[in-house]
Design a protein around this ligand. Structure first.
Ligand code: A3P
Length: 324
């Protein structure tokens, strides 16, 4: 197996030399693979997922653009789907980070044993998350009829959240990375799993064509009305809240358990570390920064930057109902 991995690594690095590259956010470069921008490790994850992942009809996959609320929605979906198994006073989310509860497809698929163990442990409904654009998803995702939940977040907040997160993780040997550089790259579509708008549009169209298989939610709606949003999510995932559960306040309990205030106050999320691969670990606290809508205003200056980004969004998402 080692030889096979070495051969795959060699093929991957040969392939990189043929791809367009641009300045990276964490690593030196991002590479353009099948119209989207990735780190070399992410390309490997996408390719392995395309080759090996066999979705089952009962799977549910959370899809986000990085920094759109993946951590929060992992916690919400995990609590929602496992509410018959755990009670709220000794819930796994009190001692495990949300990324430990629902793995990323492109990370877990790299290790056959972990992947198979995880599949067995969560049978019959396997919960996974990914940032993979719709056009690059493994074919079995759509053919199996499994459910996809896509979360959209307002792009100015996505850009700022990404920039703050990536500057913390950026390789120390690389030069500093001012927000103007991040802004220019983001506007050109060059960010992890970008262009942002293309990733959004892929899932937006899929949700229009297949509304019972692809649910399109927004970070902002979940913030504004978590009870309504969570109820919709539960119905979509075929786990609707019963009248009794509604009377007992189960929906409110999940919202409270997964709230920014609660998750960020837990020891595991203040001091714990998430190991996504042997080479890539991130402190859990970096996934819980402020959790607010509109925090871009504190970082995106001068205001022309916001106007420029809004204009791109207006043009790119003109045919959706995502813009005012
Ligand atoms: P900010 O940097 O704007 O605070 P991801 O999980 O996709 O990496 O996204 C991280 C963003 O989601 C961060 O945004 C983070 O603070 C926010 N977030 C994480 N947990 C949250 C929660 N429980 N409620 C609301 N926002 C949350």
């Amino acid at each position: 197996l080692d030889d096979e991995y070495k051969k795959a690594d060699k093929n991957d690095s040969d392939m990189l030399t043929t791809l367009n590259k641009e300045k990276g956010w964490i690593t030196e470069h991002l590479y353009q693979y099948q119209s989207f921008w990735f780190t070399p490790a992410a390309i490997r994850g996408v390719k392995r997922a395309q080759q090996c992942f066999k979705a089952q009809p009962t799977d549910a996959i959370l899809v986000t653009f990085p920094k759109s609320g993946t951590t929060w929605f992992k916690a919400l979906i995990f609590s929602l789907m496992n509410r018959d198994r755990f009670n709220f006073s000794s819930h796994p989310l009190l001692t495990k980070g949300p990324h430990d509860c629902i793995p990323f497809l492109e990370a877990i698929i790299q290790d056959e044993t972990s992947y198979q163990d995880y599949r067995i442990s969560c049978s019959p409904c396997c919960l996974l998350a990914t940032h993979i654009p719709y056009s690059l998803l493994p074919a079995s995702v759509m053919s199996s009829g499994c459910k996809i939940v896509y979360v959209f977040r307002e792009p100015k907040d996505v850009l700022v959240s990404n920039w703050l997160f990536m500057t913390k993780l950026r390789f120390k040997e690389l030069p500093s990375f001012p927000i103007k550089d991040a802004f220019d790259l983001f506007c050109k579509g060059v960010s992890h799993y970008g262009p942002f708008w293309d990733q959004v549009l892929g899932y937006w169209k899929a949700s229009m064509e297949n509304p019972d298989k692809v649910l399109f939610l927004t970070y902002e709606d979940m913030k504004k009305d978590p009870i309504i949003c969570l109820t919709k999510l539960a119905k979509f995932l075929d786990k609707p809240f019963s009248l009794e559960e509604e009377r007992e306040g189960v929906v409110q309990e999940i919202v409270r358990l997964c709230s920014f205030e609660n998750l960020s106050s837990l020891e595991v999320n203040q001091t714990g570390v998430q190991h996504f691969s042997p080479q890539f670990a991130v402190a859990n606290r970096h996934f819980l920064r402020k959790g607010q809508v509109g925090d871009w205003k504190s970082h995106l200056t001068p205001p022309e930057m916001a106007e420029q980004l809004d204009e791109i969004t207006r043009q790119k998402l003109a045919r959706t109902s995502l813009i005012e």
